[in-house]
Design a protein. Structure first.
Length: 137
């Protein structure tokens, strides 16, 4: 490694992005309102602005609130939030980083992938004929 190169940890990159997002976010709630997963989550009746503030709190290492934790957990990274953000924050990345940080701090439960194959099979069945299911699943 040359004298001008420096090593930056993923945590340092995340912290830098968190600070940039916190400064750029105008806390309007447009990303929350645009999310197609919100109506199917425990955050469905939440105040959009409050949910965004809670996600920023998670991102900073706080506990967030119930709505922000539910929204963060429900995020499937569709990108609808990015299109809705008037400040160009990249809410999809914000939610992903908040999930990572929340898992580290204990604000969000660690991901348990033990049932991932069962879920994958359920979704696969939705798009397969009975013959395909018998053959592949």
């Amino acid at each position: 490694m040359g004298a001008r190169e420096r090593v930056v940890s993923l945590a340092a990159l995340r912290e830098g992005e968190a600070a940039r997002m916190d400064a750029a976010c105008i806390r309007c709630g447009a990303c929350f309102a645009a999310c197609p997963m919100v109506p199917f989550s425990a955050a469905k009746d939440a105040d959009p602005v409050g949910a965004v503030v809670g996600v920023l709190d998670l991102l900073a290492g706080g506990a967030g609130d119930e709505a922000s934790r539910a929204w963060t957990a429900a995020c499937t990274r569709t990108g609808s939030c990015n299109e809705a953000c008037p400040a160009g924050v990249d809410p999809r990345l914000m939610l992903r980083l908040a999930k990572w940080r929340g898992s580290e701090t204990g604000a969000l439960p660690k991901r348990d992938a033990r049932d991932a194959m069962a879920r994958a099979k359920v979704f696969a069945r939705l798009g397969m004929s009975e013959e395909e299911q018998a053959r592949w699943l």
